[in-house]
Design a protein around this ligand. Structure first.
Ligand code: HEC
Length: 152
């Protein structure tokens, strides 16, 4: 019975041609990882703006932003299957190095997840506390982008 359920999807895919012709697909790992990264970006900007004094300091909102990052980071490594280097429409994309140095990539991702978890657990309230938690998290963004992300 399994084939019966799978078949229509296969036919649709064949009719539509390559996956790149499809509109944004929420099940596409490239779309999903880029969406997770955009969540990181949005949350990081929200906290960064508070720390710069561009928006009012709001510990509740800062903690909520870290919680959003934590959810986005969960299972993120699985969204980098083989054969998706350079995929996506953006100026920046996943570099080949993710797959030639998978252990290093996973370690960088694990470090991000640990720092987010520590930040959430710390539940920072003061500007100094928020800055410390956020600073540790944000270092990972740059580390990974420098090594594992390429400019197309
Ligand atoms: C373990 C590696 C890694 C870490 C850590 C990481 N990124 Fe990324 N990021 C990537 C890769 C790889 C891409 C390119 C993904 C793609 O386009 O397929 C990316 C893409 C992005 C993008 C572009 C998304 C888009 O619209 O296509 C943003 C924004 C971003 N990252 C923000 C962040 C922020 C903020 C953090 C830290 C909180 C972070 N990233 C941490 C690897 C990482």
């Amino acid at each position: 019975m399994q084939t019966k359920r799978i078949l229509p999807a296969v036919i649709v895919a064949a009719l539509l041609g390559s996956a790149s012709m499809l509109p944004a697909d929420e099940h596409d790992p490239v779309e999903q990882r880029e969406a997770a990264m955009r969540t990181f970006g949005k949350s990081a900007k929200a906290i960064g703006d508070m720390l710069k004094g561009e928006t009012e300091l709001d510990a509740g909102a800062a903690n909520a932003a870290m919680a959003e990052m934590q959810a986005a980071a969960e299972g993120l490594g699985e969204l980098f299957p083989e054969g998706t280097a350079g995929a996506g429409e953006n100026e920046f994309a996943a570099g080949e190095k993710i797959w030639t140095d998978r252990a290093g990539f996973e370690a960088t991702l694990a470090a991000l997840q640990e720092d987010i978890a520590a930040g959430v657990a710390a539940n920072p309230q003061s500007k100094e506390e928020i800055a410390a938690a956020f600073g540790a998290i944000a270092e990972n963004c740059q580390t990974c982008h420098e090594t594992y992300r390429i400019k197309k």
